[in-house]
Design a protein around this ligand. Structure first.
Ligand SMILES: NC(=O)c1ccc[n+]([C@@H]2O[C@H](COP(=O)([O-])OP(=O)(O)OC[C@H]3O[C@@H](n4cnc5c(N)ncnc54)[C@H](O)[C@@H]3O)[C@@H](O)[C@H]2O)c1
Length: 396
């Protein structure tokens, strides 16, 4: 059983609390910090939390608290992490870890120096669909991974601070791209170094300083390519989709819209359909169990199982730091219009990985390019002569 301090009583704090204390969970929020008394009290009431406070340090240092869950705006993550280090409390922090890699690196170094448990709350690499897809990828069902694309787009965030570049640290690249980068990175292999990023970003619709729409490519050292598509201007709800392509197969995952639950209503009844849904009438695409579909349950299970067994979680502050470094390169590329190197002062994965080739042998003389059964019943093979390089075709 984990005894938790929750910092922040907003959107994600409540999603986390629903997951942490849902079903027959033994984990318990024992203290809530919120900057306003009425919000702290309301949260304490809603989730039966014994201790509430408007002083962050009082919640972190509360004697019952073992682990602190940071659900605060991005500009407050670092200060909260440093207090957890001071009081030697384990810490799990929502995404993005930092507003940039420099901030994330400081947080990573601080928790490692303090020797406290640290977990990066990247829920979208814990969804049941993602976990199953990753297992297939890791079992080799897709062969060598060549491309992993992740898309998160919606009509924009729900609180004012997200829209302020100083507090948020950026726009949709940071807010949504952090999910997409970690998803693609997981499929490609977290030990494979992201080396370069090319990114287009623009502010197409909203009256803000940060970007509201972006597309980026992340090159990995083994030749695989990651792709992210993010937007705060997408209309139609929360679009969460991943695609992975390997030499032996493909996976398409749709995590939120059109997942097989379709409903029509004239509008009578409840207002809430699903996160970021834009309509509650007509044809709707609800989500069966959002907490589970968004990965929160599996994420907290991993966090607390790891904490209790003294092992690192699947997602640590180091992962948050790598993601921030990739996104920093994306911001640089959007400005320079060039491929920008990912600057990773700390890298714990493989180095010097060669770009995979692995041509398919046909026989001693040829590589196999392609085989195909045609509509007129002929089996054809296209071959490349290993010595001369000549391409030929044979009908078998
Ligand atoms: N899927 C996800 O993992 C996910 C989803 C949404 C948000 N988040 C992250 O969670 C964090 C919080 O986002 P949110 O959506 O809950 O925001 P929110 O605005 O709904 O809630 C933020 C909380 O912080 C408090 N707060 C705001 N400004 C503060 C200040 N200056 N001092 C102290 N407290 C302050 C608010 O009162 C509120 O309790 C962000 O880092 C965001 O990126 C993660």
């Amino acid at each position: 059983m984990a005894k938790i301090s929750m910092l922040g009583s907003g959107f994600i704090g409540r999603f986390y609390a629903d997951s942490l204390q849902g079903q027959r969970s033994r984990d318990k929020i024992v203290s809530i910090y919120s900057r306003r008394e009425e919000s702290a009290k309301k949260f304490a009431e809603d989730y039966q939390v014994a201790h509430w406070t408007t002083e962050m340090e009082a919640s972190i240092s509360h004697p019952e608290v073992e682990v602190v869950c940071i659900s605060l705006p991005n500009n407050l993550h670092e200060a909260a992490v440093l207090l957890c280090c001071k009081h030697k409390k384990g810490v799990i922090c929502t995404k993005p870890l930092g507003r940039n890699a420099e901030e994330a690196k400081r947080m990573m170094e601080a928790v490692e120096k303090a020797g406290i448990f640290n977990g990066y709350l990247e829920d979208l690499v814990y969804t049941p669909k993602f976990l199953k897809a990753l297992e297939s990828v890791q079992n080799g069902a897709l062969g060598r991974i060549l491309w992993a694309k992740s898309r998160e787009t919606h009509p924009g965030p729900h609180s004012e601070w997200f829209w302020d570049k100083e507090q948020a640290g950026g726009g949709c690249i940071l807010d949504l791209g952090c999910h997409c980068v970690e998803i693609a990175r997981s499929f490609i292999g977290k030990d494979i170094k992201p080396v370069e990023v090319m990114c287009w970003a623009d502010t197409q619709v909203k009256p803000i300083d940060a970007e509201d729409h972006a597309i980026g490519l992340v090159k990995y050292e083994n030749g695989a390519i990651g792709q992210f598509e993010v937007s705060w201007t997408f209309r139609g709800g929360l679009d969460l989709r991943d695609e992975v392509m390997g030499t032996e197969g493909t996976i398409w995952v749709n995590s939120f819209l059109r997942t097989g639950f379709e409903m029509f209503t004239t509008g009578k009844g409840a207002d809430y359909v699903a996160e970021k849904a834009e309509s509650n009438t007509g044809w709707l695409f609800p989500v069966g169990d959002e907490l589970n579909e968004l990965g929160y349950n599996h994420m907290f299970t991993d966090m607390f199982n790891s904490m209790e067994s003294g092992k690192p979680a699947r997602e640590t502050f180091y992962d948050g730091y790598v993601v921030n470094a990739v996104l920093d390169a994306a911001y640089r590329s959007a400005k320079s219009k060039l491929w920008e190197p990912v600057q990773l002062d700390v890298w714990r994965g493989k180095t010097g990985v060669e770009k995979g080739k692995g041509y398919t042998e046909y026989d001693e003389q040829y590589y196999l390019v392609k085989e195909e059964m045609t509509h007129f019943g002929a089996k054809k093979v296209i071959l490349k002569d290993k010595k001369s390089g000549q391409i030929i075709e044979k009908t078998l």
